[in-house]
Design a protein around this ligand. Structure first.
Ligand code: BGC
Length: 748
C-alpha cells in the first residue's frame, strides 16, 4: 500500500475515463493506426574474436600494446603495422564529420576532399521528436564517417541540459532523460550499422563548461540514475554503443577518466559495456589509476604524444611493476575487439560509405524541416500569404550567417550551407522582391572577450549598440516592403564550447532592432535561430508571429523557407523549457550554478520542466511546445487494462483528429503523474511520445506502449529501481502544458 501524499497541485482538471473495452471498436472508429518501430542494433558478441585477439596480443611487444592506448596524432591511436593492426581513426563530431585536422596541431590539414554534409545540431534533431529521423541522421553520418575512412565518430553528445546558460546546449539533445534515450538509441543503431563506432559523450555529469577541467560534480544517486544516466545506459544496453568518451570534470572527487565507480562499476559491471572508453581531449591526469579505473585510450593535445600519461609513463610503470601486463592486455584486447567489430581488421565487406551526396543533403533537409518550432502565429501571418505581396524585407545578420563552423567546438567544412536568405530566394516566386538589410552587426568586445579556447571564461562579450546606419537601412527596408521577416537569435561564435553564457539577453542590440522594425511594419515575422533559450519576453509580447529554428545544417535555409511558405507544416516541439527569467530555472533558483571547485546539483531530479511543473512556475514556453498550421484534438483515451503487474506493458490508445484545413504532424506526448508516492516525484514525467501525420479532417488512432518498469524510481537505499504500487495518472497532449486527456491506472 502506498501512503497517499498529494505532493504538488497539477494545473489541469483530472477526469478518469473508463478503460478500453474492445480493440476492434477503437480501430474501426478511426482511419489508421500507428505503432512504434523498433531499431535492432548490430550484434556485439564480445567473445567472437577472442581467439584471434589472443594470438595477436601474444605477438605484441609492450611498446606496441601501449601504442594502441594513446593518441599518436590528434585523432588516431597507434596501430601495429607488422601485425596488420591499423590505427584507430576518429573524427568529430555531432554536426557531421569534421574536416581533417593536422597530425599534431588543431590546424586544418588543408585537404580538398574532406567537405562533408553539415547536419542539424542536437537541439534541432531532438526538436523533431522523430525517432526515425534520429535513425536517418545516424545512418547518414555513419556513411560519411566511412567515406572519410574513419572508425569512430565522436558523437552523439547527449549530456542533459541542466542550465540554459550551458555553452554546449545547442549540441546536446534535451533536458529530459526519456526523450534523450529515445533519440539516442536509433541514432546509434543507424550509425553503427555502417561499421563505425559511435562515441557517446561526455560520460557523464558534464553539464557546464565553467570550470569543466576540474569542477567536482556532486549528484545524489537517485538523480544520477534518473536524470543524467538513462541515455548513456540505453545507448549501451539497447544500442550496443562501441565506445564512450570520459568527460573532463570530476564526479564525487575523481576525474571521470579515472572514476572507478562510473567506469568499472556502473558502466561495465552493471550495464555490461564491452566497448572502449576514450578520454576527452587532454582529460587524463594519471597513469596507473586511469587505466585501472577503467579508461582505455588517452587522447588529447598539446604535449608530444610520447609524453601522454598512457605512453612512455605507462611503459615505465609496467617495467617498474606498478601495473601488470595483464591489466594492459585487458585494455588492448578491448581496443582490438572494437576494431574487429567494425571490420577495421579483417574487414572484407566493410561499408565504404559516401560523402556529401544529394541523399545526405536530403536527410539533413528532412531533419531540419521537422525541427522548426512555431511559437506564435496570432495573426495567421504564417504560412506566408503571397497574394498581393510584391516585396518582403529580410532583416538581420542571421539571414546570412553560417554556422557549420564557428566558436571553439567541432564543426563541419561543407560546400553547402543554405542560409535563410538563400532559402527564401530559392523558394519565393520571382514576382516577390526581397529587400535585405543586415540590421544588426555581430560584434564582440575583443578586450573583454578572452582568447577563443580559454576554457571556462565567461562567454563572449558582445557589443550591443546598434549601428545607426544599419538600423536606418532596416527601418527603410521594412517601411518599403509589404511585410518583414527578421532573422534574429545567436550563432556558433556566441554559443560555444568552452564557455557558458552570462545571460539570456539577446546579443548585438537585436531587441531594439525588432522593436523599431515592428513599429514601422506590423506585418513582421520574427524568426529566432539559436541553440539555447533566450529572453524573448518582450519579443513575444510585441510580435504576433514567432518561429524558432536551430543551427540547422546544410539545408537549414531551404527547410526554414518551406516552413514559412507552408510547403512544410511545422511540427517541431521544444526539447527544453524556455524560462521567463534565468532565476526560474532550477539550477539558478537553487543558486547551484556554476559552483566553484565543486558544484552540487541540489535541485535533484527536478531538472527542466520537472521543476517548473512541480513548483508551479510558469515558463515562457513549456517543454514539448510547438504549434502547427492546423489544430489537433485528442480524444478517447483508453488503456488495455485497469490494473497492471510490474512486468506488464501498458497499452495506451487515443485518437488524434486534425481539425484544421491542412495536413499536419503532431507529436503526441505521454506524461505520467504519481500522485501517491513515498518519495518526492516530479508533478509529471515524459514516458512516451509518438509523431503522427494526420490528414486534414481525418482522425488517427495512436497507440503508445509503456512498460510498467518505466514508472520506476531509483531507491538509493536498496540500490534498486522500484515501481510503487497504486494509482498513476496517464496524460496525453501536445506539450507538457497542453494535456488534453487523462486516464488513471493501477499498479499491483
Ligand atoms: C570536446 C569533445 C571533442 C574533442 C575533440 C573536446 O574539447 O569536449 O567533444 O570530441 O574536443 O575535438
Amino acid at each position: 500500500m502506498k501512503i497517499p501524499i498529494l505532493l504538488f497541485a497539477v494545473g489541469f482538471a483530472f477526469s478518469v475515463q473508463s478503460c478500453k473495452k474492445s480493440m476492434e471498436a477503437r480501430e474501426t472508429s478511426s482511419t489508421q493506426t500507428t505503432i512504434e518501430k523498433m531499431y535492432t542494433p548490430k550484434e556485439f558478441d564480445s567473445t567472437k574474436f577472442d581467439a584471434k585477439i589472443d594470438s595477436l596480443i601474444a605477438l605484441m611487444t609492450l611498446e606496441e600494446k601501449i601504442g594502441m592506448l594513446h593518441g599518436n596524432s590528434m585523432f588516431a591511436t597507434g596501430g601495429v603495422e607488422r601485425l596488420g593492426i591499423p590505427e584507430l581513426k576518429m573524427a568529430d563530431g555531432p554536426l557531421g564529420v569534421r574536416e581533417e585536422i593536422s597530425q599534431d596541431s588543431w590546424a586544418p590539414a588543408g585537404w580538398d576532399n574532406d567537405f562533408a554534409t553539415y547536419y542539424p545540431a542536437g537541439g534541432g534533431l531532438s526538436a523533431t521528436w522523430n525517432t526515425d529521423l534520429a535513425h536517418t541522421f545516424g545512418n547518414s553520418v555513419g556513411q560519411e564517417t566511412r567515406a572519410r575512412g574513419k572508425d569512430m565518430l565522436l558523437s552523439p553528445a547527449i549530456n542533459i541540459i541542466r542550465t540554459p546558460f550551458g555553452g554546449r546546449t545547442y549540441e546536446y539533445f534535451t533536458e529530459d532523460p526519456f526523450l534523450n534515450k529515445k533519440m539516442v538509441v536509433p541514432f546509434i543503431v543507424g550509425l553503427q550499422n555502417n561499421d563505425v563506432m559511435a562515441c557517446l559523450k561526455h560520460y557523464a555529469a558534464n553539464n557546464q563548461e565553467t570550470n569543466r577541467d576540474f569542477v567536482d560534480v556532486q549528484i545524489d544517486e537517485r538523480t544520477l540514475r534518473e536524470i543524467y544516466l538513462p541515455a548513456f545506459k540505453a545507448a549501451v544496453t539497447e544500442a550496443n554503443a562501441y565506445s564512450l568518451m570520459g568527460a573532463y570534470n570530476k564526479f564525487r572527487g575523481d576525474y571521470l577518466c579515472e572514476n572507478d565507480y562510473m567506469l568499472n562499476k556502473v558502466l561495465r559491471d552493471e550495464w555490461g559495456f564491452k566497448g572502449i572508453v576514450v578520454s576527452d581531449w587532454a582529460a587524463v591526469h594519471t597513469t596507473v589509476k586511469t587505466l585501472e579505473n577503467g579508461l582505455d585510450v588517452e587522447m588529447g593535445t598539446p604535449k608530444p604524444f610520447n609524453e601522454f600519461f598512457l605512453a612512455e609513463a605507462l611503459i615505465a610503470a609496467a617495467k617498474e611493476g606498478k601495473i601488470s601486463e595483464e591489466e594492459i592486455d585487458k585494455h588492448v584486447k578491448r581496443v582490438l575487439r572494437v576494431l574487429f567489430q567494425v571490420k577495421a581488421i579483417d574487414g572484407k565487406d566493410r561499408v565504404e560509405g559516401s560523402l556529401a551526396t544529394e541523399e545526405h543533403y536530403q536527410d539533413a533537409y528532412d531533419i531540419a524541416s521537422e525541427s522548426v518550432v512555431l511559437l506564435k502565429n496570432e495573426k495567421n501571418l504564417l504560412p506566408l500569404q503571397l497574394d498581393g505581396v510584391k516585396s518582403i524585407a529580410v532583416i538581420g545578420n542571421n539571414a546570412t550567417k553560417k554556422n557549420a563552423l564557428g566558436g571553439f567546438g567541432a564543426g563541419v567544412k561543407t560546400k553547402r550551407e543554405v542560409t535563410p536568405l538563400e532559402g527564401l530566394k530559392n523558394k519565393l516566386p520571382k514576382s516577390v522582391s526581397i529587400n535585405y538589410a543586415e540590421g544588426y552587426l555581430e560584434r564582440y568586445d575583443d578586450k573583454k572577450k578572452g582568447k577563443l579556447g580559454d576554457i571556462t571564461l565567461n562567454g563572449p562579450v558582445t557589443v550591443d549598440e546598434l549601428d545607426p546606419e544599419k538600423l536606418e537601412e532596416a527601418i527603410e527596408a521594412a517601411k518599403n516592403s509589404d511585410m518583414a521577416i527578421i532573422f534574429a537569435g545567436s550563432n556558433r561564435d556566441y554559443e560555444t564550447e568552452a564557455s557558458d553564457r552570462r545571460s539570456l539577453d539577446l546579443p548585438f542590440g537585436q531587441e531594439e532592432l525588432i522593436e523599431k522594425v515592428l513599429e514601422v511594419n506590423p506585418n513582421t515575422i520574427v524568426v529566432m535561430i539559436a541553440g539555447a533559450p533566450f529572453d524573448i519576453n518582450t519579443i513575444k509580447e510585441q510580435s504576433s508571429t514567432l518561429v524558432w529554428s536551430w543551427f540547422n545544417g546544410s539545408e537549414g535555409g531551404n527547410a526554414l523557407a518551406d516552413v514559412l511558405l507552408g510547403t512544410v507544416n511545422p511540427s517541431g516541439k521544444l526539447p527544453w523549457t524556455m524560462p521567463k527569467t534565468i532565476e526560474d530555472s532550477p539550477a539558478h533558483a537553487t543558486h547551484s550554478f556554476p559552483g566553484d571547485s565543486t558544484v552540487a546539483y541540489i535541485e535533484g531530479v527536478f531538472v527542466g520542466y520537472r521543476w517548473f511543473d512541480s513548483k508551479d512556475v510558469e515558463p515562457l514556453y513549456p517543454f514539448g511546445y510547438g504549434l502547427s498550421y492546423t489544430t489537433f484534438e485528442f480524444s478517447d483515451i483508453q488503456t488495455d487494462k485497469e490494473t497492471y503487474d510490474a512486468s506488464d506493458v501498458i497499452e495506451i490508445s487515443f485518437t488524434i483528429k486534425n481539425t484544421g484545413a491542412v495536413d499536419g504532424k503532431e507529436v503526441a506526448q505521454l506524461y505520467v503523474s504519481d500522485p501517491e508516492s513515498y518519495v518526492e516525484k516530479a508533478a509529471q514525467e515524459l514516458k512516451g511520445f509518438k509523431k503522427v501525420l494526420v490528414k486534414s479532417g481525418a482522425s488517427k488512432s495512436v497507440t503508445i506502449h509503456l512498460p510498467v518498469k518505466e514508472l520506476a524510481y531509483y531507491n538509493e537505499v536498496k540500490k534498486e529501481w522500484i515501481v510503487e504500487a497504486g494509482a498513476y495518472i496517464l496524460k496525453v497532449g501536445s506539450s507538457s502544458r497542453g494535456i488534453q486527456q487523462e486516464i488513471q491506472i493501477k499498479i499491483n
